[in-house]
Structures are given as C-alpha cells and as structure tokens.
Design a protein around this ligand. Structure first.
Ligand SMILES: *[C@@H]1O[C@H](CO)[C@@H](O)[C@H](O)[C@H]1NC(C)=O
Length: 107
C-alpha cells in the first residue's frame, strides 16, 4: 500500500468509527412539564424542527426525542407564554431547553 492509500484508508476507518460510536448513542428524550400554571402555551423549536405551540394546563406534559448531530450543535430553545383567561399573554419567558452543555450536565 502506498502512503496515500494507507492514509485514506485510516481516514475512512476513523470517520466510520466516529459515526458508529456517535449514532449508537441513546436518543435524548426531553420532557416539558407544566408544574402550576393554569393556562400555559409552550413553544419549543430548533433550527430545523418546530414542535409548535402546545397549550397546557396544570400537570400537563409532553416530550419529544431526537439524536445529537455529529458536530454536537443540536439545540432546542423554548418560549413559554403565561396566558390570561381571555387568551392574552400575561408573561413570556425564553429559555434554553437543550444544548451540548445541558446534555453534559444531565447525562
Ligand atoms: C403561539 O402562542 C403565542 C401566545 O399566544 C403567540 O403569540 C404565537 O403567535 C403563537 N405561535 C404560533 C405559531 O401560533
């Protein structure tokens, strides 16, 4: 084998190894639970995935699952709207739902 061929072979081997190891990770499952807000609208989205508005009452929950991409840039953001009885927004909160740091902290 020439040096170049050998190098390419190693490269391909390494790439497919990374791919196999990474893609065999368990998918992440992220639950969102409304602890105590009477009328809540939760909106979770990422760069290429929008879960849409979820209307929740107390103790309602939903979850979704996904895998981290190879570059570990997968992230989900969320916004919560605390709604009044007449459907106006009383309060709004934005938060990071999932990113590499959350994944590291939560395992
Ligand atoms: C989601 O709900 C909020 C609060 O009512 C609203 O401002 C927003 O436009 C809604 N988004 C969609 C896509 O319906």
């Amino acid at each position: 084998m020439s040096h170049t061929t050998y190098f390419l072979f190693l490269c391909v081997l390494t790439l497919s190894h990374v791919y196999i190891v990474t893609s065999s990770f368990q998918p992440y499952i992220v639950p969102i639970i409304n602890a105590n807000i009477e009328h809540l609208v939760a909106h979770v989205y990422s760069k290429d995935n929008d879960l849409g508005n979820k209307t929740m009452t107390v103790k309602d929950a939903f979850h979704w699952n996904f895998r981290m991409n190879l570059r570990e840039t997968t992230s989900f953001a969320g916004e919560c709207f605390w709604m009044d009885d007449d459907n106006t927004v009383l309060k709004k909160a934005n938060f990071e739902v999932f990113n590499k740091d959350v994944a590291t902290d939560c395992g």
